[in-house]
Design a protein around this ligand. Sequence first.
Ligand code: GTP
Ligand code: MG
Length: 383
Amino acid sequence: MVFLTRILFRAPTARKRGFVDKLRVYVRGGSGGMGLPKYNGRGGDGGHVIFVAKEDMTLKQVIDSTPNKRFIAGIGANASRRAIQGDKGHNLTVEVPTGITLLTDTKQVIATLNQPGDQATVAKGGAGGAHWSDFHPKKGQIRSVTLELKLISDIGLVGFPNAGKSTLLKAVSSADPKIADYPFTTMRPQIGIIQYQDLRRVSLADLPGLIEGAHHNAGMGHHFLRHVERTKLLLFMVDVHGFILSMKHPHRTAFETVALLMKELELYKTDLVDKPAVLAINKMDIEGAGDKAEELLDKLDNFEDAVRELPKDMRPRRQVQFDDIFQISAKEKQGLDEMKGKIREILDEKLEEEQKEEKQQRIRRLQKEASFGRTVEKTADIV
Ligand SMILES: Nc1nc2c(ncn2[C@@H]2O[C@H](COP(=O)(O)OP(=O)(O)OP(=O)(O)O)[C@@H](O)[C@H]2O)c(=O)[nH]1
Ligand SMILES: [Mg+2]
């Protein structure tokens, strides 16, 4: 029993399983080369450290390739009698996963590399010595950079532990996640692909379960929520029977888990609450589920009143508006086809809106360019 309790309450970290989604590295641009006063020679500039996004790359591979996590570019060559202009130091190009955000120690974003081939200079080389610097070279830029990986997926699954998220992922995609009857079975995000009959593919990310206080690092913490930041749709999932972490913890009803999920989301980032979202009420195959689902739907319909009945620290400030609510059994594969169909409609609508918006932006840009062209012509006429 003592052993079991330990398993249940240890807040596991994904790192233990070798999954890395955050990495801090040291980067240094090359120093410039010395100038040569006698011949007015100029030292070569130091090389830059450049991060470039590559598809199918993991942060683990970055560590494996450079275990000391230090990336240093080449120094510029000194000017000499034979080479008045010293050679430039070589740039160091480091391949990193696509979907990486690069941050300074003060959490300022240096760049986000969303597409394969996107690149960012993370440490500039120092200028070579020349007459304007008294022939003294400059040092290269030195800093620590944190690489944060955000998975790219169409749909992000958000739910308490044991809600059945992994069971759903397995039921609707070819992914084969671990499923078990204890909390925090999933310890790292995993993506599955839902393939529709017309071959349209939609990706679904299964994340470790969230519990109340996740923002204080309870359970697995809420840092995995970063992986839903760029999803197009949030799929909330609740066990219709609610959740209990252990006998020592209070039982939370399905409505309470929904409210707590909304709260954790807004505590992580307020604008996550505005993302399109749907709710899956799971485990409808178990006896008594119908009444409990009714109760939940009722409370969602009267959200403000229902929330007021909750203790203050459990109340979300804002309500996530669900575009649709489904009653399913992930285990028995009931209601999944309908849910998949509706989800696809929502995603397609969103895609259409995005394309329309892109088109309008293009038109606006072209109109702007055209009116700029006219202005230039008019100016030319006047001259
Ligand atoms: N009766 C029933 N059991 C289900 C259903 N969906 C999942 N379960 C069971 O619920 C337990 C938890 O399922 P998981 O899919 O591992 O839950 P999870 O949300 O991924 O949990 P974490 O990874 O811990 O966050 C397992 O024992 C599943 O077999 C369902 O629709 N009906
Ligand atoms: Mg799971």
